[in-house]
Design a protein around this ligand. Structure first.
Ligand code: PLP
Length: 444
């Protein structure tokens, strides 16, 4: 390979060249095949190399590749918006609207401004703060980082990002209150109540949360009652609830949107990743009727815009992906495939350094601890998550490692989020590869 001119994510690393994708597999320039157990970063839902998606994009490109949203709407964007709203809770189906972006961070940015404008339009200009949770991640742009609580990712840019306030994460395995459910009485949800009471309720505009926390906590699922509790707090205090479903949305947890597991209706839902399964850069903000009505009944104009929003080729990809999900009943398949994956991973449970295996549907985290009894994490410098990733990759399986789930610095986990098409045999391969990786990283 010639020297890379790409500004890579880590200039000290080299990266293999991905040349082909087939189902759950990625083939590199040397012909090596890797089982994509992470769907890259929980992106690929229908699998790699599905020819009809490219065909749909090519057809759209031949028809009309671009029209600016200040002058035209296009059929694929109109169609996809209607289909996404039809999958969403009632308050979205009846009078909701979809704002398409080029990815998750743009969706978060859009939501921040939409929430602010909602309050301005409804005569509450004092409301501007978006509250979020510690250890969270909602995107890389500065607005999105201001609502992301991950300390390591914030640190270098701290002078550039406002601090609007963070509450405790909802993370039972490392409970920030050292409590256990249900005796905890949802102290983490109560933290929003306390925070709002103690920090000027009148300036609070929105609360953003990831229903199942993917990258930063390794698929941490909230206990029963949590989502309903925070939703009620928001509603009582005039705060808009934003569900960041960039990772959990579009079926990854077994329902189109994860909040549907708890019957909760957020005011705004963010999606990305799976909406086009990686075939095109696409994200979206689903705004419920309440939010749409405030703008529609007020100025009418959302003061926001991206040149590439609602891109015809990207939304054509989104429609083709949704066609594929529906035709192959892949939303339904997530639950059974998720059970198969969990079974394949269950052999790891006894390992002295596997602290927890958690998740929902096909969003699964495996956390590695130094001491299983005390749940003490490894030192950050040991770089355990990355070591596991490398060892699993040597076994031909791709995982998504992250550090910091315990306190933003310490805590090692890998995320598994394979395509919904993953077979029983492929699930077994993931279990085998991780068992071998553990044996290599922790030789007895
Ligand atoms: C929960 C969540 N929100 C937002 C984002 C940002 O999305 P993107 O990388 O498409 O900008 C991500 C990406 O990992 C995410 O996991």
């Amino acid at each position: 390979m010639p020297t890379s001119g790409l500004f890579s994510r880590n200039l000290k690393k080299t990266f293999p060249i991905a040349v082909r994708g087939e189902g759950c597999w990625i083939v590199d320039g040397n012909g090596r095949r890797f089982l994509d157990a992470a769907g890259q970063a929980a992106v690929v839902s229908i699998g790699h190399g599905v020819a009809e998606i490219g065909q749909a994009m090519a057809e759209q490109s031949a028809q009309i590749a671009f029209a600016h949203t200040s002058q035209f709407h296009t059929e694929p964007a109109e169609k996809l918006a209607a289909r996404l709203l039809a999958l969403a809770p009632p308050d979205f189906r009846n009078g909701g609207r979809v704002y398409f972006t080029s990815g998750g961070s743009e969706a978060t940015e859009t939501a921040i401004k939409l929430v602010r404008q909602y309050h301005v339009e409804t005569g509450q200009p004092e409301r501007y703060r978006i509250i979020s949770r510690r250890q969270s991640y909602h995107g890389s742009t500065l607005g999105a980082m201001s609502v992301s609580g991950n300390v390591a990712r914030r640190a270098p840019y701290a002078p550039l990002i406002p601090e609007w306030g963070h509450i405790a994460p909802c993370f039972c395995y490392h409970c920030p209150f050292n409590k256990t459910f249900p005796e905890c009485e949802l102290a983490c949800a109560e933290d929003l109540e306390t925070f709002v009471r103690e920090h000027q309720t009148e300036t609070a505009a929105g609360f953003i949360f990831e229903p199942v926390v993917g990258a930063t906590l390794g698929a941490a699922v909230p206990p029963e009652g949590y989502v309903a509790h925070i939703a009620a707090t928001c509603r009582r205090n005039g705060i808009l609830l934003i569900a960041d479903e960039v990772m959990t949305g579009m079926g990854r947890t077994g329902k189109p949107f994860a909040t549907q597991h708890w019957g909760v209706e957020p005011d705004i839902i963010l999606i990305g990743k799976g909406v086009a399964s990686g075939y095109a850069p696409l994200g979206a903000v689903l705004a419920s009727a309440r939010v749409v009505d405030a703008i529609g009944g007020g100025s009418g104009a959302f003061m926001h815009g991206f040149t590439y929003q609602a891109h015809p080729i990207c939304t054509a990809a989104g429609n083709a992906v949704l066609d594929y999900l529906e035709a192959h009943k892949l939303f339904e398949r997530v639950n059974t495939a998720g059970k198969n994956l969990s079974e394949a991973l269950s052999r790891l449970e006894k390992h002295p350094h596997v602290g927890d295996i958690r998740g929902m549907g096909l969003l699964v985290g495996v956390e590695f601890v130094k001491d299983k009894a005390t749940r003490e994490p490894f030192a950050k410098s040991e770089n355990i998550a990355e070591k596991i990733r490398q060892a699993a990759m040597a076994e031909g399986v791709l995982t998504y490692p992250t550090q910091g789930c315990v306190d933003g610095h310490r805590g090692d986990h890998i995320l598994l989020a394979p395509p919904f098409t993953i077979s029983d045999e492929e699930c077994a391969l993931v279990g085998d590869a991780l068992a071998s990786a553990l044996a290599k990283v922790f030789p007895s």
